[in-house]
Design a protein around this ligand. Structure first.
Ligand code: KIV
Ligand code: NA
Length: 266
C-alpha cells in the first residue's frame, strides 16, 4: 500500500484510534519507526540538543534540518514525514518564511512543515496551506522560545496562559493547520482542546487525551540519560545496553579475543 496521508490521519482521529509519532534524525532509526508502523516521523529541531549536543534548539540551521530530513526520508516507505522549521527560518517575514518552507518541501520530500507559535503564525499558516504545504502547529511549551518562557516548564497552569493556548489553537486551526502539537501543558487543558478540535492534537507532556502522541526516539529508547522530563518513558535502557556492548568490545580487543578466526578472511 501507499504511504500514510492526511486523510488516513483524520480517519484515525474520527475513529478514535491513537496516532503515533516519533521524532528522529537519521536513516536507521527512521527505518525502525517505519517498519513497526509508526504513523508519523518528525525530524524535530530537538536534533540540536540530542544529535548536536547544544543546550537548546536555537542554533539549528535550515540546511541542517534539510540534511537530516533527506537521511530520514530514505529510511521511510510509509510513515508521514514532518519537518520542524528551525528558529529564525520563518519569523523574519512572510516572504522569507514561505520561501524557506517551500525549499524544505522541494528538497526533502517531506509531507508537512511544523512551526512553533500561536496567533502570530495564523497568516503564514493560511498562506502555506493555500499553496499546498500542510502545516503542523506547536503550542504550549515551545522550545525555540525557551529564553522568553523562562526555562523548561509546564505552560498553562495559570488561567491566562490557558486562555492564550486555547486562542492560539483556534487561530491555527482556523488558518488551516491540520495538526497541532501540544507540549508540556496540563492534561485537563489538552483534553478540553482535543474535545473541541477539528485539527489533530498530538501530545508530548500533555496527558492521555490527545489524538496522538510524540516522543523523541533517543528518549524512548533510553539513550538520553542526563535529562529525563516527567513525560518521557524509556521503553529500553539503550544507553546501558550500548555502554555494556562497548565495554565488552573494548575488553575483547584489548585481550586479543576479538577478532577471532570467525571474523577473519581466510
Ligand atoms: O523537536 C522535536 O522533536 C519536537 C517534538 C518533541 C514535538 O518538536
Ligand atoms: Na521541535
Amino acid at each position: 500500500s501507499e504511504g500514510i496521508t492526511i486523510r488516513h490521519l483524520f480517519k484515525k482521529k474520527k475513529e478514535g484510534q491513537k496516532i503515533t509519532m516519533v521524532s528522529t534524525y537519521d536513516y536507521i532509526s527512521a527505518k525502525l519507526c517505519d517498519e513497526v508502523g509508526i504513523d508519523c516521523v518528525l525530524v524535530g529541531d530537538s536534533l540540536g540538543m540530542v544529535f548536536q549536543g547544544y543546550e537548546s534548539t536555537l542554533p539549528v540551521s535550515l540546511d541542517e534540518m534539510i540534511y537530516h530530513t533527506k537521511a530520514v526520508k530514505r529510511g521511510i516507505k510509509r510513515a508521514f514525514l514532518i519537518v520542524d522549521m528551525p528558529f529564525m527560518s520563518y519569523q523574519v517575514s512572510l516572504e522569507e518564511a514561505i520561501r524557506n518552507c517551500g525549499r524544505v518541501m522541494k528538497e526533502t520530500g517531506a509531507n508537512a512543515v511544523k512551526l512553533e507559535g500561536g496567533e502570530e503564525l495564523a497568516e503564514l499558516t493560511y498562506r502555506l496551506v493555500n499553496i499546498g504545504i500542510p502545516v503542523v502547529g506547536h503550542l504550549g511549551f515551545t522550545p525555540q522560545s525557551v529564553h522568553a518562557l523562562g526555562g523548561y516548564r509546564v505552560v498553562g497552569k495559570k488561567e491566562e496562559e490557558q486562555e492564550r493556548v486555547k486562542r492560539s489553537f483556534k487561530a491555527l486551526e482556523d488558518a488551516g493547520a491540520f495538526m497541532i502539537v501540544l507540549e508540556s501543558v496540563p492534561s485537563s487543558l489538552a483534553r478540553e482542546i482535543t474535545q473541541a478540535s477539528k485539527s489533530i492534537t498530538i501530545g508530548i507532556g500533555a496527558g492521555p487525551y490527545c489524538d496522538g502522541q510524540v516522543l523523541v526516539f533517543h528518549d524512548l529508547v533510553g539513550l538520553v540519560e542526563d535529562i529525563k522530563p516527567k513525560f518521557v518513558k524509556r521503553y529500553v535502557e539503550g544507553a546501558k545496553i550500548f555502554r555494556d556492548a562497548l565495554r565488552r568490545y573494548k575488553e575483547e580487543v584489548e585481550r586479543g579475543i576479538f577478532p577471532s578466526e570467525e571474523e577473519s578472511y581466510g
